[in-house]
Design a protein around this ligand. Sequence first.
Ligand code: PLP
Ligand code: COI
Length: 341
Amino acid sequence: MQKKDINWGELGFGYQVTDKRFVSNYKNGAWDEGCLTEDANIVLNECAGVFQYAQTCFEGLKAYTTEDGRIVCFRPDLNAARMADSARRLEMPVYPEDRFVENVVETVRANAAWVPPFGSGATLYIRPYMFGSNPVIGVAPADEYQFRIFVTPVGPYFKGGVKPITIRVSDFDRAAPHGTGHIKAGLNYAMSLHAIVDAHKKGFDENMYLDPGTRTKVEETGGANFIFITRDGKLVTPKSDSILPSITRRSIMYVAEHYLDMEVEHREVYFDEVKDFAECGLCGTAAVISPVGKIVDHGKEILFPSGMEDMGPVTRKLYETLTGIQMGHLEAPEGWIKEIC
Ligand code: PLP
Ligand code: COI
């Protein structure tokens, strides 16, 4: 198979149209079989539920080329399960989890020429999503839905790649107590757009959101969970009901404990403790593990000892182990790697 003629190393985190995408429709209480299509456009009624009341949720995962030339993806069953949780919370029909995984495989296979080669620094981002598609004018769930998966090759989420970033403590919240912060609803991201535009205008790469109830505890950023390393080498990750349960974060916790023999704490993290950590990073499918060098809280700076030049040493070990598993040169725990072709 001939790969596309792309300068893989230059890719940022952007969309480009690829050959095929998967579509399935839900009508009269059932999902149809679905199929791949070349049509990247969607035509919907002006009153579709997604346009009026934002009834939409999505997922994000990646496919990788391994050193020996296989194409694999990472823990798609967990994306399927999380999308089912999102759908239930948004009163949408659940897309069957086994079919989600099969359709991811089918979509990646149909776009194999777009999967970046091993060692290029790029990967194939996979975006499953669903939305209410029939007209809804009284506030109510739609009756009809569409589930789709498209793929697009991507480079690093943050411009500098693995250079440490600077984030600020946000005055805006992305989630409400007892709200939808724990699911991947489009509305959470709409909520965060003003905060991210404002952060960028002021020279910051991202926002650190605090817990919306007390504003004393660390939650997450707009698109990634936090990891912290203590001065004695423990991994600490924030726990809260309004944080998205990151698959990358759950995998890092496992890797830290079982591959690197580290102590792991998943617990509430008070913002007051942050100044005492040795290293900080963001983790997610798009972010992978992106080191944070500095956090600014209304003019007060926390500069981590790992500095602004390099990833901290423990963060680097976690990064190398996680990406080693994803790219197939370290043995993965049972069930983590799904072979595509
Ligand atoms: N938190 C938010 C708000 C996200 O959008 C994402 C991205 O999916 C994550 C965390 C990281 O989750 P995952 O590791 O499953 O990609
Ligand atoms: C992902 O990491 O898959 C996400 O959905 C985050 C998004 C901000 C790109």
